[in-house]
Ligand binder design. Structure first.
Ligand code: HEC
Length: 433
């Protein structure tokens, strides 16, 4: 794996990965709303025409304004934000994905352009065009938005289950990997549910609509919640194809992972329950504050799902190839012989803080190998995790990190690096006593 190394972005206060998580979860939420929104608009166009429903048609254009604002403006801002933050925090894995999937990213960009073109034409001319043209613009918009999801989903699912790519290096084997279809279905269902909740909220915000208007729109929008019933199938399918240890993380072996998985499932059940109630009773379960709460719940479900998807990949960022700290699996042996110096020539930001050469190098070993998942003394702080360990335990445990906890990569430094990181941890401990 001839990937260059980059300087590590580390913080003593928080885990840098949280920056990616914050931007990415917001983006996924908005982007999936946009994808579902396209499907909803196309569905409403068809329904309005079939039933001669003027209310639905009026609603469509108001909803589309929200959709355009959300997807084009906020979606694009957070989408570009992901590239910026990932390039800063996790440049090596990003480089691998860009190199392997260059043309897939290109295809995604083309569909985004198509989405903008169809969306813009629909937004500007939608009210004046005849049904046929309007419908095809809406369908073009929603198809191209969904295709963006299609392309990006292949790359994201590749990270957890690279499949045949590992043996053949084939881009398509990596793209249509074992978890591609279950995650594509899951994300599509989630997108439709988000759009239904969004439409309910927009309908409740329109002042000129009376209660029966809102009900009518919500009843139609709730149809998009129905595929949620298939979500358990997608989840079980997903769990069946992920690596053995990932499955174990969400079924009890790792407490936070299991908890977040359970929360994601619980939130989805609550949202689906609301859908069933809405459809059976033919009226929204809540007024506006309740709908806002439901949207918040959907945001949490998205966050928990993404957290689990990222978390169960540990210790890898690309399964079997790259570890979360950016070290390639095949590099470990060499680094154990040649030491961290061979990949990290960059000076420390504040070398004068550290009293000896040993502690300074220990800080550097920490920065390269541990800082992606541990701060020194705050979030997942090493000082607290190792508080009860003496020098000998520190040495013997860090040497076999990957056996200690399977979600940690092996220690990829030489004997001197091991001594130095132990000296650094002991020095840290004194500083925080
Ligand atoms: C891929 C992420 C990741 C990397 C990289 C990583 N760790 Fe961890 N480590 C964790 C997680 C998650 C825990 C669990 C924390 C808990 O139990 O609260 C953990 C736990 C630990 C513990 C406590 C183990 C125990 O049995 O209680 C120690 C010590 C530790 N890590 C040291 C290190 C050191 C030193 C490095 C760098 C050489 C490192 N880790 C790199 C994720 C990582």
């Amino acid at each position: 794996m001839d990937l260059p190394h980059f300087p590590v972005f580390a913080s003593d206060a928080f885990l840098p990965g949280l920056l990616i998580a914050a931007v990415a979860i917001t983006h996924v939420f908005l982007a999936q709303f946009a994808v579902g929104g396209g499907i909803l608009v196309t569905f409403f166009e068809w329904r309005a025409e079939k039933k001669g429903h003027t209310l639905l048609r009026d609603f469509l254009h108001r909803f589309f304004t929200t959709l355009v604002l959300v997807s084009f403006v906020l979606g694009a801002v957070t989408g570009v934000g992901i590239w910026l933050v990932t390039a800063l925090v996790s440049p090596r894995p990003l480089l691998l994905l860009v190199r392997e999937f260059h043309w897939i990213w290109g295809a995604e960009w083309c569909f985004f352009c198509l989405e903008v073109a169809c969306g813009y034409a629909y937004y500007v001319h939608g009210r004046t065009l005849g049904f046929q043209k309007r419908f095809w613009l809406a369908a073009g918009y929603s198809f191209s938005a969904w295709m963006s999801l299609f392309w990006v989903n292949g790359i994201l699912s590749f990270q957890l289950t690279p499949g045949g790519w590992l043996e053949t290096g084939s881009v398509w084997a990596g793209f249509f990997n074992p978890s591609f279809w279950p995650t594509l279905f899951g994300r599509t269902f989630a997108s439709m549910a988000l759009a239904a909740i969004g439409a309910t909220m927009v309908a409740q915000l329109i002042r000129s609509y009376d209660e029966s208007d809102t009900r009518e729109i919500v009843r139609n929008a709730a149809t998009l919640l129905l595929p949620l019933a298939l979500m358990p199938v997608a989840a079980v399918w997903f769990l069946a194809v992920v690596p053995e240890e990932s499955r174990r993380y969400v079924t009890g072996a790792n407490v936070p992972m299991t908890m977040f998985f359970a929360l994601a499932a619980l939130f989805s059940v609550l949202i689906a329950g609301t859908a069933i109630f809405t459809l059976l009773k033919r009226r929204p379960l809540f007024h506006l504050p309740g709908t806002v709460l439901l949207a918040a719940l959907a945001f949490c479900a998205t966050g928990a799902t993404e957290f689990v998807r990222e978390g169960i990949r540990k210790p890898y960022v690309v399964h079997g190839v790259l570890y979360s700290n950016g070290i390639a699996v095949e590099e470990v042996r060499r680094l154990r012989r040649r030491g961290i110096d061979s990949l990290d020539p960059w000076p420390l930001r504040d070398p004068e803080k550290y009293p000896t050469r040993t502690v300074r190098n220990g800080r550097r070993v920490y920065r390269e190998l541990c800082s992606s998942c541990h701060t020194p003394a705050k979030m997942n702080g090493l000082v607290h995790l190792t508080a009860a360990w003496d020098r000998q335990m520190l040495e013997s445990n860090i040497k076999k990190l990957h056996l200690l906890k399977t979600f940690m990569p092996p220690f990829a430094g030489d004997d001197e690096d091991l001594e130095d990181i132990v000296a650094y941890l002991i020095w840290l401990r004194k500083g925080t006593e």
